[in-house]
Design a protein around this ligand. Structure first.
Ligand SMILES: [Zn+2]
Length: 190
């Protein structure tokens, strides 16, 4: 085995490969959804206790604390999750029965939330965009910035989906470039 010599130039190169990541999880969100495009049992309204897992990276650590993201400073995220996923029914904007479902909402039978796609994949992408947009516009971090490079959405202990961008990329791209990537036709269904 050849051992890498840590001289001045190598030290800098290797330091660039070091990363500190922090994560925050939110559990037990009871909500239902249906997958209108499925021909099997996922076309029926069904529910899970969803959980959400966010992975953060920053261009530099907060001075003094050494934090990537202040965990106490995520009440705005919890508020959004409560509003979207607590006792709600998630329905795609393309659902052919949207009128009926809106009617059920007006009768207080369901608490409807319309999404592009309520699947785990669609929800992960939705939250990835939502949280990074908040980071982008809220300017909470002063002279440094935080981004969320990975969102995992679980419907139970068996099934989940992850939407992510390599952390090296998300720190280097500006928001316009990220939006262009997110609108790529490869993701047209989520
Ligand atoms: Zn299903």
């Amino acid at each position: 085995m050849t051992v890498l010599k840590l001289d001045n130039s190598n030290h800098k190169r290797v330091m660039k490969m070091v990363s500190v990541v922090s994560t925050k999880s939110f559990f037990n969100y009871p909500c239902s959804h249906r997958q209108w495009a499925d021909k099997g049992h996922c076309q029926y309204l069904h529910g899970y206790s969803r959980s959400f897992h966010f992975h953060f990276v920053s261009d530099s650590l907060q001075e003094g604390t050494g934090w990537v993201q202040d965990f106490g400073d995520l009440k705005w995220l919890k508020k959004h999750l409560d509003e979207m996923f607590d006792h709600t029914t998630l329905i795609s904007s393309k659902d052919p029965h949207l009128v009926t479902l809106k009617n059920m909402h007006s009768l207080n039978i369901i608490n409807l939330r319309i999404m592009k796609n309520p699947s785990m994949e669609g929800t992960a992408k939705y939250l990835f965009e939502w949280i990074n947009r908040e980071f982008e516009f809220s300017k909470l971090k002063g002279n440094r910035f935080v981004r969320c490079f990975k969102v995992e959405v679980r419907e139970n202990e068996k099934n989940s989906a992850i939407f992510e961008l390599p952390k090296e990329a998300i720190l280097k791209l500006d928001w316009e470039q990220i939006e262009t990537l997110l609108s790529d036709v490869a993701y047209k269904d989520i």
